[in-house]
Design a binder for this molecule. Structure first.
Ligand code: ADP
Ligand code: MG
Length: 391
């Protein structure tokens, strides 16, 4: 007879998280709401997650003593930052249950390994990645197929929010961009004609059971997520079903444990391409905090604690707006001014989340607001009102 508490870690056990950013902070809040204690490992003494945690280990992600301390004080450890060294997760796994596992995180950290993996899934998932080529040296540039141009050159490691990317139209452009990136190994991807972008949030438990959230439609500005709308106004039933099915194949193929978000492109001809995976809760999943039975952060807690996964049902249409530091400077001055939160909160269905970051800077993710409403049209009109208030 299988009982749901078999092998599970129950509150008030201590969970660990690698990284001190806003994703870690929202994870800490979700874990504490369920009665767990949380330890954060983060080098910065002041961090969004560090302030919320029960305990902070202020050290580098690869500090062996700090990792031993985290692993020994926690029953299970996760990561909120996708670029933690995979070896750190391996070391942690000698002390505690680690989810997601080092091998999965290693694939998501490396665009070459990620593309290879996704291409390998394509026969079963039905969804291929973009045509691409590894550019490790200048010699590789000579043999670029015309089909890959115009393209996007992306650094293989450490890219996020459109950083470490350049649009390239010719081999000369590729050479210039490759040199400008310091000659680090890059991936050249064909520039695809995007109709819109979507993401699928999934979670898989240690028992192999998985859940798939409703598909989300994402709008980016300057490479940074701007809004997420669920249900997506452009998403067809057919592409939603295909993306969700592909997501199931991908998490199973990885034997993943935890929350995984997969980004897809829908092309102008209606076909689907898989872009990349985030081995953690994702910005496009923040709407789940206010619009779904189980938030992505509560889901991460359940998965790593080997508890039953929660229901993913969405109870309200939702629009999420990222709050970047830019809105602190909406009046054009160089001195940051606190945005009109009271006016924003006066809008029906406004759910405000601020990450407690000290200084607002342009392009910095300071918070987000999700509008939930009985209909999507109402949520969208609150978004328009919010944009007018915030400038
Ligand atoms: P990041 O790690 O910065 O999120 P992505 O690979 O997701 O990197 O690229 C950021 C954005 O750039 C995407 O959301 C999409 O808007 C655009 N983009 C990336 N790759 C392509 C492509 N092959 N064709 C067209 N647009 C792309
Ligand atoms: Mg992306």
């Amino acid at each position: 007879q299988h009982s749901p508490s078999q092998g599970a870690f129950l509150p008030p056990a201590r969970l660990g998280v690698m990284g001190g950013g806003q994703l870690g902070r929202m994870f800490v809040h979700a874990a504490q709401a369920m009665g767990f204690k949380v330890a954060v490992l983060e080098a910065a003494p002041d961090s969004p997650a560090g302030h919320a945690a029960d305990s902070l280990i202020a050290a580098d992600y690869s500090d062996p003593q700090a990792l031993a301390q985290l692993g020994q004080s926690c029953v299970a450890v996760t990561t909120e930052f996708e670029n933690v060294p995979a070896d750190s997760l391996r070391l942690l796994a000698t002390h505690a249950f680690v989810a997601p596992g080092a091998d999965c995180v290693a694939i998501a950290q490396d665009r070459i390994a990620e593309k290879r993996f996704l291409a390998g899934c394509a026969a079963r998932s039905g969804v291929p990645p973009a045509p691409h080529k590894t550019i490790a040296t200048l010699i590789d540039i000579d043999s670029i197929d015309d089909l890959l141009l115009p393209g996007i050159l992306k650094t293989v490691r450490m890219g996020y929010d459109g950083k470490g990317q350049a649009v390239v139209r010719s081999r000369d452009d590729v050479r210039a961009a490759f040199n400008a990136m310091g000659g680090v190994t890059c991936l050249l991807e064909k520039m695809l004609p995007l109709a819109y972008e979507v993401s699928v949030l999934t979670a898989r438990g240690a028992d192999g059971e998985s859940v798939v959230y409703q598909i989300a439609e994402n709008v980016h500005r300057d490479g940074i997520l701007f809004t997420t709308t669920v249900p997506g106004p452009n998403v067809s039933l057919d592409s939603a079903a295909k993306a969700q099915q592909a997501a199931r194949v991908i998490v199973d193929q990885l034997a993943y444990v935890g929350v995984l978000c997969i980004e897809f492109f829908v092309l102008t001809d209606g076909s689907l391409v898989v872009n990349e995976m985030a081995p953690r809760p994702h910005n496009s999943g923040h709407y789940t905090m206010d619009a779904c039975v189980t938030s992505q952060f509560a889901q991460q807690v359940r998965a790593m604690a080997r508890l039953p996964l929660g229901e993913v049902r969405q109870h309200s249409p939702a629009v999420m707006l990222n709050l970047l530091g830019d809105i602190w400077f909406a009046d054009g001055s160089d001195t940051p001014a606190e945005p009109a939160w009271a006016e924003l909160l006066a809008l029906p269905g406004a759910c405000l989340h601020l990450y407690g970051k000290e200084a607002a800077r342009r392009g910095r993710k300071m918070g987000h607001v999700t509008f939930i409403a009985p209909t999507l049209a109402q949520a969208q009109s609150q978004l328009a009102a919010a944009c007018a208030i915030l400038g």
